[in-house]
Design a protein around this ligand. Structure first.
Ligand code: LMR
Length: 396
């Protein structure tokens, strides 16, 4: 039976890393998947993570199953990071969190929950969005619609089209919003625009699903939550899929969460019961280690402080690379103005390179970037910058 199968299409992002690994060019550069590299090109393990791991190994007494939705301690720590200490969602117990394998796991659980409990509701996603969003939602059986987001004429947010489209979404449908560092464009709404989005969501009775995978990579851990907090209004329901892959560097531990916010604590608990049903027939219950690390760091003031400073170092290096990228292109005499890249936030630069140019970078220079022209700035280093910019100049 397997012999008769057609070849599967490689994944738009992770498939490139597979191809990169097979590439024998010694000067190859992988700027596809959103993984942070330090100035020497290594994806480091955070100091706070190493310390938390030591404590976990020392103190661990059992390998018994976690609850279907993970530990309560982890859930509380996740909610405090998302909404902030003392937020009414926490004090009224309106939030309920399931620990999921990565943010992707959180998105899939959310999709299964929506399909099962609210059949016929559609999900509205930004155009463009993370290449894996449509895969996840359609695999769960959700019908997908898009709303406009990016304006190529000024490399900015097309807010008037976006908000007009959101106003036309039928009540009860789900709208996917990126919490910060929009993937792939790196362009986020301003706080005023977030407020307007919150008004439309409330007036129209939409269910926001916030994908929050990059908290801390734009302006800071607290500042990056300020936008989506405009959606957190009394009685407003919401789903948030969050991830610790990037801001803790815990990529291979697959640690994330799905947090639901109910109108009150009773309905939140009821909804969590259905989320648990969805999880039980998928992966049963989550793996402990990554969540153990995150809980240890978030609950220890000294480790938290160290972690916060490591996230700040990461942010500063990425922003430094943005600047150097734009300067190096200009210094090489590239005529096109790439200065908009320094205004984009998070790991990615939405470069405006065409599919053909992206293909040429791969085939002629062994430089791997995503087909949409998205470049992982967090993978640039001082030593690969010259070769990268020279290659971009020649494909332009
Ligand atoms: C990305 O967009 O590169 C990351 O979110 C990693 C992934 O799983 O695609």
């Amino acid at each position: 039976m397997f012999e008769a199968l057609a070849e599967a299409k490689p994944d738009a992002i992770l498939g490139l890393t597979e191809a990169f690994k097979k590439d024998s060019n010694p000067d190859k550069i992988n700027l596809s998947v959103g993984v942070y590299k330090d100035s020497s090109g290594v994806t480091p393990i955070f100091r706070a993570v190493k310390e938390a791991e030591k404590r976990l190994i020392q103190d661990e007494k059992t390998k018994g199953y976690l609850a279907i939705n993970g530990s309560e301690e982890y859930g509380r720590a996740v909610q405090t990071l998302l909404f902030g200490e003392g937020h009414e969602i926490l004090s009224f117990g309106r939030g309920a969190t399931a620990h999921t394998p990565g943010g992707t796991g959180g998105l899939r659980v959310a999709s299964d929950f929506i399909v099962r409990m609210f059949p016929g509701k559609k999900i509205w996603i930004s155009d463009p969005t993370w290449a894996n969003h449509p895969n996840i939602f359609s695999a769960a059986g959700l019908e997908i619609e898009t709303y406009p987001y990016f304006d190529p004429s000024n490399n900015g947010l097309d807010f008037s089209s976006m908000i007009a489209a959101l106003r036309r979404i039928p009540s009860g449908d789900v709208v996917l919003l990126h919490g910060c560092c929009h993937n792939p464009t790196g362009i986020d709404p301003t706080l005023d625009q977030w407020k307007e989005i919150g008004d439309v969501v409330e007036e129209k009775g939409l269910l926001p699903l916030v994908d929050f995978a990059y908290q801390g990579l734009a302006d800071g851990l607290k500042d990056d939550a300020a936008g989506f907090l405009n959606l957190c209004r009394p009685g407003q329901e919401m789903l948030v899929a969050s991830s610790f892959s990037k801001n803790f560097g815990l990529y291979n531990e697959r640690v994330g969460a799905l947090t639901l916010v109910g109108a009150d604590s009773e309905s939140a608990n009821k909804a969590m019961g259905h989320i648990k049903t969805v999880i039980r027939c998928n992966y049963s219950n989550p793996p402990f280690h990554g969540a153990g690390i995150v809980t240890t760091v978030l609950n220890d003031p000294a480790l938290y402080k160290d972690w916060d400073s490591e996230v700040a170092e990461m942010r500063a290096r990425i922003n430094g690379m943005r600047k150097l990228f734009v300067e190096t292109l200009a210094a090489k005499g590239v005529g096109r103005d790439f200065s908009f890249i320094t205004g984009q936030r998070g790991m990615f630069s939405f470069s405006g390179l065409t599919k053909d140019q992206v293909e040429r970078l791969k085939n002629e220079y062994a430089i791997y970037i995503v087909g949409s022209g998205r470049i992982n700035v967090a993978g640039m280093t001082e030593s690969n910058m010259d070769r990268l910019c020279e290659a971009i100049k020649s494909v332009l």
